[in-house]
Ligand binder design. Structure first.
Ligand code: ZN
Length: 556
């Protein structure tokens, strides 16, 4: 038995007073004491004395001098998609590709490794960073044919919203000029050229068509990808996640989503997932939550390790696809599109009501101003109609455009808003064109949300955005200059990804701040984020990540 004492450091505890400390002791998976070095050493002495009197095993002491480093609570990402993230990791990454020559080389190498008829697949392409400006366009079937025509080829953009296939793949999928219109799905497009010939490019919901044809990788690839996934999160300081998973075919992963839960459970059984997860299930049947919960409990792991938190639904789409539900048309939409609701009001109301009554959390994706107004009104009705068992917590995911009336009502109802600072990083260059100079003031209004007294929790929506928390913290403070009056302080930003995210997951009693008795989940940073320039927060080195008292990441 051993106590670990961390001293000579600054500890941002994120407790209710945002107090700072200079030493912390941990024992097994929990925090034994936090405070000044003297206070913590006293607590350790008392603990050892009590243990001696009770005739317990001797408790040794390990002292770790942190030489001025900084400790923060383990980061919590309140909303991400672990199944899709891991699936992406099973495929060749194209993130280092810098142009068409490069793309040819990397996919060519993949093709040579493939057996006859096998698919050549590359994910994570970022054509917007290609070296030559004239090459900064997403490939089409003809580009891919030049690279490889003997194998079906599929290339997916890093945001997952657009993919391209070569001519052979189109042939295998049975899509050509004669039937492209009937194959097109709602909320997605199969692009065609001026002659009506498919270009091999698929967007949004239509990306599920080629992805559905792609064979699933073998088990070993999934195991390797699962290990890399968890290690990557640990390297970002993440110790807990809210994981959105699909139960049936309905959801962003389409048919592949039906494998998500068994896949993740397989990885857990193999001991490859280091973080805690609270899962949110995409399903229209709240009664299914109990079964899913049971299947995780049967894994027999510790309290709060792998839990089922509730249900996830969608109110609308995204800015990028012009599918977010708005009161007024998008400023740059030629068709004067206002977006649309993904579901009808009564069926969404019934699902929310049932889930809330059972004491689970409800997550509804809402991006547009009209969608957010709609969801808040639905929540108002639910709270009036039924009483929740303990634990029922109402969340809005993304909450991107919020009018002041919505912020007021969300505060009154105690709704938790789960926002993705990295959306600002991806969208700030084009969002004003899409929404216009007036509406833009209500976009990602973090300052107004916090000032209204709302719980604002942080998340990445990974793999849609990077899960790098330090980068997200930097964006909260700098906003890349986007609506700067909505910037928040670094302390508020850290709270988003620690205590407030724990609250969003219903785990604030056991984690989210560094206090006696809470889990020993923490990150050691080389420098204090409060004392570096705001535009350098993302560059702070992570020296170690601890999860339940165990070291899960160190850079060497
Ligand atoms: Zn999401």
């Amino acid at each position: 038995m051993e106590i670990s004492l961390f001293y000579n450091c600054t500890i941002l505890t994120m407790d209710s007073n945002d107090s700072e400390a200079s030493a912390m002791a941990i024992f097994r998976d929990k925090i034994l004491a936090v405070g000044s070095e003297k206070e913590v050493r006293n607590s350790i002495a008392q603990f050892r004395e009590k243990n001696r009197l009770e005739g317990g095993e001797t408790v040794s002491l390990r002292e770790i001098n942190l030489n001025g480093a900084c400790i923060v609570p383990g980061f919590i990402d309140a909303h991400m998609h672990p199944g899709i993230y891991i699936f992406y990791k099973t495929q060749k990454s194209l993130s280092g590709v810098k142009g068409y020559k490069d793309l040819e080389r990397v996919l060519g190498e993949e093709a040579r490794k493939c057996g006859e008829g096998q698919w050549v697949v590359g994910f994570d392409l970022m054509e917007d960073i290609f070296e030559k400006p004239e090459e900064r366009r997403f490939p089409n079937r003809y580009d891919l044919d030049k690279i490889c025509s003997e194998h079906p080829v599929l290339v997916l953009r890093h945001d997952g919203h657009i993919c391209a296939v070569n001519s052979l793949a189109l042939k295998i999928m049975g899509i050509d000029k004669s039937n492209v219109a009937e194959k097109t799905v709602e909320a997605g497009e199969i692009r065609v050229d001026e002659n009506g010939e498919p270009t091999g490019v698929f967007t949004e919901a239509a990306t599920a068509i080629p992805l559905g044809f792609m064979p699933l990788p073998d088990l070993q690839r999934f195991l390797d990808a699962g290990r890399i996934f968890s290690q990557e999160l640990a390297s970002y300081g993440i110790t807990t996640c809210g994981g959105v998973v699909q139960l049936g075919e309905e959801g962003p992963a389409g048919k592949a989503g039906t494998f998500e839960i068994p896949l993740i459970q397989g990885l857990i059984k193999e001991g490859l997932i280091e973080q805690d997860f609270v899962f949110y299930v995409i399903t229209t049947l709240p009664s299914e939550l109990k079964n899913v919960e049971k299947s995780f409990q049967e894994l027999g792991l510790g309290e709060g390790r792998f839990q089922v938190g509730g249900i996830k639904r969608f109110a609308d789409g995204t800015f990028g696809a012009f599918t977010a539900a708005m009161f007024e048309p998008f400023s740059d939409s030629p068709r004067k599109s206002k977006g649309f609701f993904m579901t009808d009001e009564e069926s969404l109301f019934e699902i929310i009501k049932e889930t809330y009554k059972m004491g689970y959390q409800i997550l509804v994706h809402a991006i547009g101003d009209r969608a957010n107004r709609w969801v808040v009104d639905l929540y108002k009705r639910v709270v009036k109609t039924v009483k929740s068992k303990e634990g029922g917590r109402l969340r809005i995911e993304h909450a991107s455009v919020l009018t002041p009336d919505v912020i007021r009502d969300a505060a009154d109802l105690g709704i938790v808003l789960v926002c993705q600072p990295m959306f600002i990083d991806s969208e700030y260059t084009w969002l004003e064109k899409r929404l216009g100079p007036e509406r833009i003031k209500n976009v990602y209004p973090f300052r107004s949300i916090i000032d209204a007294g709302i719980f604002l929790a942080g998340a990445s929506d990974a793999p849609v955005e990077s899960a790098r928390v330090l980068k997200a913290l930097q964006v909260c403070v700098t906003r890349n200059g986007f609506v700067p009056e909505q910037a928040i302080t670094i302390t508020e930003a850290i709270k988003m990804f620690t205590l407030n995210a724990a609250y969003a997951l219903g785990q604030e009693k056991i984690k989210g701040s560094l206090e006696e008795g809470k889990l020993a989940d923490f990150v050691i940073l080389e420098r204090n984020p409060k004392s570096v320039p705001p535009n350098r927060i993302a560059d702070i080195r992570i020296l170690a990540t601890y999860h339940r008292g165990r070291l899960i990441y160190s850079p060497h």
